[in-house]
Write a protein that binds this ligand. Structure first.
Ligand code: GRG
Length: 295
């Protein structure tokens, strides 16, 4: 029997829940901090797909983890993701005017506000994770904090961004590009999946399967993004397209060619789903997410 999941509806349901959680965690404020809080809300409550929260929720559901806890962890992860987008859009980095179909934070507010918004979202994530409402066991909280710090920092997303910015050194080395992308975008997907397993006290076998899934899914997501950069339309993506090409950046498409990149995407998506077979139909929502990326 095929996958019975209505993926768009399920993703929309996650988006609604995570936005409500983030809105409650970052309430509007009056007074001197008003502009910063307003920009933080603008950054996290946009028209995103909320894929990382979806992964946290669906992985946690495999282990019957309480949804309120999953939503807090997902909110922390989304805050880090949004911080990275706000900083990545700055003139000193990718210099983008459009994000999620709206002006980027530095365009809507100003550059200083955008820098501070990113800083505040990053630290806010750790405030949420370290709060006892996230989990009663301080050991579990510590594992979450340590993992998010690792995947976000110099040996994770920030390190990958640094490699990307000095992209000339990557040349046409597909292994180096894969490593850079694994650090830059794969780490947060890894956290999404592993946090569900940490909260669910998953067995080593389950963790191993989820680790394989996160690895293949993260790479597939990046290849799909590279393909969209070449063949996508800005109005569909809510951001500029063709930027990698015009900046002469080495991407999976520029190195492998479009046809091979598409074939590799399909291979990785199939492999990602195979890792999930151990969970049976309970992983159908995660498999539906993979299918959406494959398309
Ligand atoms: C500035 C520290 C720092 C890091 C930046 C992730 C990142 C590193 C930059 C984002 C720029 C980019 C295009 C990365 C590729 C991954 C990607 C497509 C991110 C966008 O994620 P989506 O598609 O976005 O999940 P939404 O808006 O749906 O959340």
């Amino acid at each position: 029997m095929g996958n019975q999941i209505n993926f768009p509806a399920r993703l929309e349901e996650t988006a609604i829940k995570i936005k409500a959680t983030l809105s409650a965690l970052i309430p509007e404020a009056e007074g001197p901090e008003q502009q910063l809080i307003s920009a933080m809300r603008y950054a996290v409550l946009g028209n995103g797909k909320y894929l990382r929260p979806f992964l946290v929720l669906e992985t946690g559901r495999l282990f019957d983890v309480d949804e309120a806890r999953l939503l807090r962890v997902a909110a922390a992860l989304e805050a880090v993701h949004c911080y990275s987008l706000v900083h990545d859009d700055l003139p000193c980095m990718d210099d983008d005017d459009l994000r999620r179909g709206r002006p980027t934070v530095h365009k809507q507010y100003d550059e200083a506000t955008a820098v501070l918004t990113g800083d505040a979202l990053l630290t806010f994530a750790f405030e949420i994770l370290s709060d006892a409402q996230t989990h009663f066991d301080p050991n579990v909280r510590l594992q979450l904090v340590a993992l998010l710090a690792r995947v976000s920092g110099a040996k994770g997303m920030v390190g990958g961004q640094m490699m990307d910015m000095s992209g000339a050194h990557l040349g046409n080395d597909i292994a180096a590009i894969s490593r850079m992308q694994r650090l830059k975008t794969g780490g947060l997907f890894g956290f999404a999946v592993e946090s569900g397993a940490i909260l669910g006290k998953a067995s080593d076998r389950m963790r191993h399967a989820l680790g394989g899934f996160a690895h293949d899914f993260g790479l597939a997501f990046q290849i799909a993004d590279d393909i969209h950069d070449v063949v996508g339309k800005a109005e569909n993506l809510g951001k500029a397209v063709g930027k990698d090409q015009s900046h002469g950046k080495a991407t999976f498409v520029s190195v492998m060619g479009l046809a091979s990149a598409k074939a590799h995407l399909e291979f990785l998506c199939n492999q990602a789903k195979e890792h999930l077979d151990v969970f049976g139909v309970r992983a159908d929502a995660l498999k539906a997410l993979v299918d959406s990326v494959a398309k």
